[in-house]
Design a protein around this ligand. Sequence first.
Ligand code: SF4
Length: 323
Amino acid sequence: MNLKNLNKIIEKQPAFRKKQIEKLIYQDLIEDWETTTNLPLKLREALKNKTSLKINAKTFTGKNTEKALITLSDNCQIETVLMKHETRVTVCVSSQVGCALGCKFCATGKLGFKRNLETEEILEQVLFFKRREKIANIVFMGMGEPFLNYNHVLNAIKILNSKNAFNISKRRISISTVGILENIEKLGNEEKQINLAISLHAPNNKLRTKLMPISKKYPLENVLKTANKYVKKTNRKIMFEYILLNNINDSLEHAKELSKIMNHPLYIVNLIKYNDTKEFKASSKEKTKEFKDYLKKRSINVTERYRFGKDISAGCGELCLKK
Ligand code: SF4
């Protein structure tokens, strides 16, 4: 798909025409401009020549999960994951081609960084699945760090939220960040409805820096200070993601440290089961239960994320363009 030229082509069109085109793409889900006989011929021809609606994707189907490997117009590739919960469908989108942050447990980090995605390339991922399923939720938890592509991510959310386009409530959209502090503050000032998740993965800065080198630039203490400011300002919850890695961050000592920094009514710890790699293994069921129980007993809000995508390399930290 290539909608980069769309704005240029329609900039001189009247507002009603722009709305009509947006609706054709994102609601009527047209895949070919040929079918839009209600558009003036000249405009239709320009759109046909300059704005392809074909999405070049290869899909992988697993239990409750589908993964799309999308090839963009410059041949860069990204992955997007559809997760089917019992009553709703969530799309996990990528915000960058690759990622520069190199978290040790993450396959995307090993690819390195190529470029930020354009607004339309973020929307293309959701559109791909919307052409097949009714989408309820969007999470920015795919490839890349969304807050290092803040403007395109927020622009895409505007269109995801637009009644004339995807019509998805902002409260059903979540952004997950490693903790790019200035943009957590920015979000708190600009957008109070979008859900915020912070990847924590360790209860102290020493361990977190080993797992997530970005902690050198944004130490845990500062992430927590900024999170606190954010909840004071917005009165919104923050989800803190914690991947449980066997013998790395899953002891009761770690749970004790975590319980001290997560003791806030608006903080929720989300325990995530890891999909094993050469370097790291997932914590056992027993250890996970002990860890969770420890937090619960200390009145920490804690949830455990159902593991999606294990069978098709589409789980957390596994997106690496494996075909
Ligand atoms: S976990 Fe997220 S921020 Fe870290 S390397 Fe992977 S994609 Fe980048």
